[in-house]
Design a protein around this ligand. Structure first.
Ligand SMILES: Cc1ncc(COP(=O)(O)O)c(C=O)c1O
Length: 421
């Protein structure tokens, strides 16, 4: 380990023991090199900025090719055509955090500035690199988004601890408590509400129970709220904000680091943007260390974010009409959700049973006919890999029903099949 990495680790141990004790072997070695991006960050805002790496005119303005500039009319040229800071443009990070606080009813708990990622998948893979090793338990709901398998095992060899949060068709936070009790040492827990593929979002009592279970754990725990589908909720009286805030307000830095992973993908209905954010409960010097480590990972992989996508997301955040436009899309989805609920009422429950659902783009049903989601591993393959097929309930097939397409109906799981979700 270099002296720089050792210094960062010492700082993190002092300022946020849970984060320090959760680092992977790779995470411990990360220290941002003092190359061009480091120098460019130092020079930003100074009168004479002589750092190289990109082409500008004598006044620092970008010089895009006309064919490219024509497609970017109305966007801020500097943000669009020049390299963004690796952690993301400060104004965009602030605007995203302001939006998140507004959606959550303005919680005052201090949290980090959101770190820009290349979509949520990238955000989760950064967390895997930083915190997950073969000696880490990754606690995942069952069923869960299939890609968690790749994200948390492909490069890390971590042990997956699957648990079903359902007891006889009702959500049961005790199942998470039981899974956490089997954790061997350090662990990373993924919460995904509204969830893929169950399309479920908690009510206030369920949310409180979940938070209590997690915060009772001795740690070190990294708790990730994958908020990909934030806002797509279709019933009244449910919990009113991301669990990130409930956890961050009560987290003990000796035991827990809470991380929110979200982004423009679904929240701004901009699937191709590849703009995501990581916001966490470590602030001050601990935030500086975590940011430096994340920057090092980004520098060594994707380099930095895409300027045009960042500009478009910044424009959406600055536009006061965006909330109403999102609400129109949420209502469209709510209409499909209600149509699905009506259709399910007319079906024979002995042949097709819907699991509880109230949110996101999915519902899940169990039928007496064996089948599996297209594109996902078979139950046998899952069992071979994890010793558990992660499809709880009776010995029947569980299939995902997609709401994100027109004509969603209980049999739709066979038709379109999972696209990218
Ligand atoms: C639960 C969940 N998390 C993360 C993602 C990935 O989002 P992104 O496309 O921004 O990588 C998806 C995509 O469908 C998802 O369903």
């Amino acid at each position: 380990m270099t002296n720089e990495a050792a210094d960062l680790e010492a700082t993190l141990l002092r300022e946020h023991p849970a984060a320090a004790r959760s680092l992977s072997a790779l995470g411990r070695t990360l220290a941002f090199p003092k190359g061009i991006p480091f120098q460019a960050a130092q020079a930003r805002g100074s009168t004479i900025n002589a750092t190289l790496g990109q082409l500008t005119d004598d006044r620092g303005h970008p010089l895009p090719l006309p064919a490219i500039a024509r497609g970017m009319v109305g966007l801020d040229p500097r943000q669009t055509f020049l390299y963004a800071p690796i952690e993301g443009p400060p104004a965009l990070r602030e605007a995203w955090l302001a939006r998140q606080r507004r959606l959550a009813g303005e919680p005052t708990v201090p949290v980090s500035a959101p770190f820009v990622t290349h979509g949520l998948t990238h955000g989760l893979s950064l967390l895997a690199d930083l915190f997950v090793d073969a000696d880490t338990d990754v606690v995942l709901p069952s069923p869960c988004w299939e890609n968690y398998d790749l994200l948390f095992t492909m490069r890390t060899g971590a042990r997956i601890v699957p648990y079903s949060p359902w007891t006889e068709g009702a959500f049961d936070a005790g199942r998470l408590a039981a899974a956490l009790a089997t954790v061997r040492g350090k662990a990373l827990v993924v919460l995904n509400f509204p969830s893929n593929p169950t399309g479920w979002w908690p009510d206030p009592a369920h949310a409180r129970a979940l938070v209590d279970v997690i915060l009772a754990h001795p740690g070190p725990l990294v708790v990730v709220t994958d908020d990909a589908y934030q806002g797509f909720v279709y019933e009244e009286g449910l919990h009113d904000r991301s669990l990130f805030w409930d956890l961050a307000e009560r987290a003990d830095p000796e035991r827990h680091l809470i991380v929110k992973c979200d982004g423009a993908t679904k929240e701004l209905v901009f699937f191709s943007s590849r703009v995501g954010f990581l916001t966490h409960s470590a602030t001050g010097e601990a935030e500086r260390v975590i940011t430096e480590k994340l920057k090092t990972l980004v520098r060594g992989t994707v380099g930095s974010a895409s300027g045009p996508a960042l500009s478009l997301v910044a424009a959406a955040l600055a536009d006061p009409r965006s909330d109403d436009a999102f609400e129109d899309r949420r209502r469209l989805m709510a209409g499909r959700y209600r149509a699905l609920r009506r259709a399910l009422k007319n079906l024979d429950p002995s042949r097709l049973r819907a699991w509880p659902f109230n949110a996101a783009y999915f519902a899940r049903s169990s039928s007496s006919a064996p089948s599996r989601c297209r594109g996902g591993p078979s139950p046998a393959a899952r069992r071979a890999r994890h010793g558990h097929d992660r499809l709880p309930g009776p010995a029947c097939a569980a299939r995902r029903v997609l709401l994100a397409r027109r004509g969603a109906h209980p049999g739709a799981g066979r038709g379109p099949g999972p696209a990218r979700p």
